[in-house]
Design a protein around this ligand. Structure first.
Ligand code: GLN
Length: 346
């Protein structure tokens, strides 16, 4: 995956983001630079997703003080898919505690594709990675109550992250529910290892619904900004989850947010992020902002091509990489930017 960071020079290196106009013009530039990129393929293993418009492209940045930058198709609704894993994980950590989730689900990247059954077999059923399907199913299974309670918990929690009432996309839910044999197999395997204590097919159903919640790129930016500000929604000012839970969730996103390309994303971009197969991407800039993008064509790991490129541009141009000292930022010119590899060890 070519992220296009090689020809981006640093425009701003500040402890806080530059003024609204500067951020706005860079968000516009991120969109203009990448709107014509036509690499990637729209997901079709969930049949309805194949109908998405491959040209749709939106970038939203919401700063922790509520300042907003919306460029392109930021109001187009799509299913949140795997990005739900980040927010359900945070809500479950807030509900049952850091230790219980760590013990049951783990926090390590498996290096395997998101729908891998092998992820369950690696460590005798311990899922390890809450950001792929095996770990996400184990996480959803930890929500207290019956399936109706669990669904209410998810809709209510993700809506509080978004600052508005999110709704189920019935068509996406129906399309995935009819074709999610792999997830049913993963849940059965987890059950066989004692990692799911309830009916595994009911867990798959709740998880399939959580993935079919409708969001926009703008919603994703608000949700990401909530994680950026220690759990405080920048629009409603509600404390959605505790600050310690945000810290833990961002560590997990840094390790595992982009499936088996998580290392490459962190290397090039230096921010916690998460993607979903409908084409959404979030990136979290702790203490500063949330970024949400939408563009359906995906790379081979299932990450939006334009979304990754747009975030890579913004990270570089705004000096957002969490690992960069001021000296590293100053040295970051087009001539010294890192090279890049395609391909993924499975
Ligand atoms: N609902 C999808 C699935 O379970 C989510 C996958 C994704 O976004 N990577 O297959």
């Amino acid at each position: 995956m070519e992220l296009g960071v090689g020809d981006v020079s640093q425009r701003a290196a500040t402890g806080s983001l530059p003024g609204w106009d500067d951020v706005e013009s860079l968000v516009v530039e991120a969109w203009q630079r990448n709107r014509g990129v036509d690499d990637g393929t729209v997901a079709d293993y969930i049949p309805i997703l194949a109908e998405a418009d491959p040209t749709a492209f939106g970038i939203a940045v919401v700063e922790v003080d509520g300042d907003t930058h919306d460029v392109g198709d930021v109001d187009v609704a799509f299913s949140i898919q795997s990005i739900s894993k980040a927010f359900v994980y945070a809500l479950v950590c807030a509900e049952i505690g850091h230790e219980a989730v760590l013990e049951r689900v783990g926090v390590d990247n498996t290096g395997l594709p998101f729908n891998s059954v092998m992820a369950v077999e690696l460590a005798a059923g311990h899922p390890r990675n809450p950001m792929v399907n095996a770990g996400a199913l184990a996480t959803t299974a930890l929500i207290p109550g019956d399936p109706a309670d669990q669904w209410r918990f998810i809709v209510d929690g993700l809506s509080r992250f978004a600052g508005r009432a999110l709704e189920l996309d019935d068509v996406v839910y129906g399309s995935e529910a009819a074709t999610n044999q792999r997830n049913r197999a993963i849940a059965r395997l987890l059950e066989s290892y004692g990692r799911i204590d309830r009916d595994p097919l009911e867990v798959v159903d709740v998880y399939t619904r959580q993935c079919a919640l409708r969001v926009t790129a703008h919603d994703l930016a608000v949700m990401a900004a909530t994680l950026a500000d220690g759990g405080v929604n920048p629009i409603t000012r509600e404390q959605v989850v505790p600050a310690t839970v945000c810290r833990d969730t961002l560590a997990v996103l840094a390790a595992s947010g982009l499936y088996e390309h998580s290392g490459e994303w962190l290397f090039e971009i230096g921010l916690p992020g998460k993607s979903g197969v409908a084409g959404g991407v979030i990136a979290v800039v702790p203490g500063k902002a949330g970024i949400g993008t939408y563009s359906p064509p995906l790379d081979r790991a299932g990450n939006s091509v334009r979304g990754q490129r747009a975030v890579a541009f913004l990270s570089r141009a705004l000096g957002l990489n969490l690992f960069a000292s001021d000296a590293a930022r100053a040295a970051d010119t087009p001539h010294t930017s890192p090279g890049h590899t395609e391909g993924t060890p499975a």
